[in-house]
Design a binder for this molecule. Structure first.
Ligand code: HEC
Ligand code: HEC
Ligand code: HEC
Ligand code: HEC
Ligand code: HEC
Length: 284
């Protein structure tokens, strides 16, 4: 690689050349070269130092000769290629599909207002359906309209700068634009109401929302994840009137006591897992 970048010299020759000159600048350039061509390819660490050298024309002038504009471009090209190869290897070496980079599990997103479920659900105990009112009746859970926030925030924290976008939205009538953390692609059909009606709790798909200061994605939302449950939904079913309950540790501690519940409900609702995994259930 070095030969490709500097056909007429090698890093070694450069270092030898520099070791003949004991000035402070030469010592600095030596460090830079060692870092760049050393095991760690410390390009970024040294770039600033190089920039200073190149601009101020300090030092022995040797680095300035090497790092002409075209050599810099070549080095960038090689680094870019190396990065491409890396991405290629990750994609085709497996692992990529499961990586949190793709599934976004645990990822937060910047929001116009730092809304905290931990405060509003965990501490204040507001039910999910107060804000996500579509969840029982439609495919969308929906986001709360601004006046829902204002039922309380016209009384509390009225002047808080943190709530300025909420007041602004109330004035202009323009809804707050929340950044999505859990979404499936357009070609996937998903419906909240059927899941809620059958008693699949919010926590199964969205995690401990009541403990999130900022909302993060809890599950991968990939096809395999949907199919895993559709193949055998029984263990995931709960009494529908409790779907918004977050803590099911009592059920998990004593599985015997609830062993038959799911199986009975699968029968009662007439759920057919064979149909639930057919392509046109979710791709219509
Ligand atoms: C039922 C009343 C109620 C509703 C509805 C409500 N809030 Fe709050 N909110 C509160 C209270 C009470 C606090 C103060 C919490 C504290 O001080 O611990 C608060 C605090 C906040 C804060 C300050 C940061 C924090 O979490 O402590 C933000 C931001 C906020 N709310 C945004 C919103 C938004 C956006 C909505 C609408 C989607 C909303 N709230 C709806 C009662 C409410
Ligand atoms: C006071 C209103 C309020 C309550 C109560 C509330 N939420 Fe939310 N929720 C919001 C707001 C506002 C957002 C958008 C900002 C964000 O992502 O944090 C949101 C976002 C979400 C999201 C992210 C959706 C996406 O794709 O971006 C999920 C999931 C969610 N809420 C689930 C719940 C669940 C489950 C409960 C009950 C345990 C609940 N929420 C209770 C107001 C509320
Ligand atoms: C079976 C899994 C599952 C359950 C159970 C579930 N959700 Fe969702 N939720 C999803 C999926 C998938 C999306 C993304 C939908 C999309 O992009 O069209 C989503 C999106 C959301 C959103 C973003 C707005 C929207 O409607 O797309 C909110 C808010 C939300 N869910 C709240 C809830 C609440 C509250 C509950 C419980 C009452 C709940 N969810 C139960 C899977 C689930
Ligand atoms: C934890 C379990 C669980 C998960 C996860 C889950 N589902 Fe479901 N799903 C169910 C159950 C239970 C039903 C109800 C089946 C019935 O009543 O026939 C259902 C029904 C459906 C239906 C309606 C089928 C119909 O007959 O109309 C669709 C569409 C659907 N799910 C899509 C999805 C998609 C897409 C995902 C992933 C993003 C998903 N589900 C994740 C349990 C789950
Ligand atoms: C329970 C719901 C569900 C069923 C049933 C289902 N899919 Fe999917 N499918 C999804 C979801 C969700 C995604 C989006 C995955 C993502 O965003 O990573 C998806 C994505 C896809 C994609 C896009 C490529 C990919 O893997 O991301 C193809 C192709 C596909 N599905 C084909 C099928 C075929 C063929 C069947 C029937 C054998 C099927 N699906 C059954 C939920 C489903």
């Amino acid at each position: 690689m070095i030969a490709a970048l500097f056909p007429d010299r090698t890093a070694e020759a450069l270092l030898i050349h520099l070791s003949g000159q004991e000035s402070e600048a030469a010592a600095h350039e030596k460090d830079c070269l060692a870092a760049i061509f050393g095991a760690k390819l410390g390009w970024h660490g040294c770039k600033d130092a190089l920039g200073a050298l190149l601009q101020g024309n300090k030092g022995t002038g040797l680095l300035a000769q090497i790092f002409t504009a075209s050599a810099d471009t070549r080095l960038r090209a090689v680094l870019f290629l190396a990065a491409l190869v890396g991405v290629f290897l990750i994609v085709f070496g497996g692992g990529f599909a499961e990586s949190t980079f793709l599934t976004a599990v645990g990822w937060f997103r910047d929001q116009p207002v730092p809304f905290s479920h931990q405060h509003h659900v965990g501490s204040l105990g507001i039910d999910c359906r107060y804000c996500h009112s579509g969840v029982e009746t439609s495919d969308r859970a929906t986001f709360p309209p601004t006046h829902t926030c204002m039922t309380c925030h016209s009384q509390i924290w009225t002047g808080a700068p943190i709530l300025a976008p909420v007041r602004q939205s109330m004035l202009t009538g323009k809804p707050i634009e929340w950044n999505r953390v859990s979404a499936v692609p357009d070609y996937v059909y998903f419906n909240h109401s059927i899941h809620i009606d059958r008693g699949v709790p919010c926590v199964t798909c969205h995690g401990r929302i009541d403990q999130m200061p900022l909302t993060a994605r809890a599950k991968p939302f990939q096809m395999q994840w949907c199919l895993d449950c559709h193949r055998d939904p029984a263990p995931h079913l709960r009494p529908p009137e409790q779907v918004t309950r977050m803590d099911w540790s009592d059920w998990e501690r004593d599985p015997e006591a609830h062993k038959d519940y799911g199986a009975l409900m699968v029968q009662a609702y007439g759920i057919e897992p064979a149909k639930l995994i057919q392509c046109n259930t979710c791709h219509r």
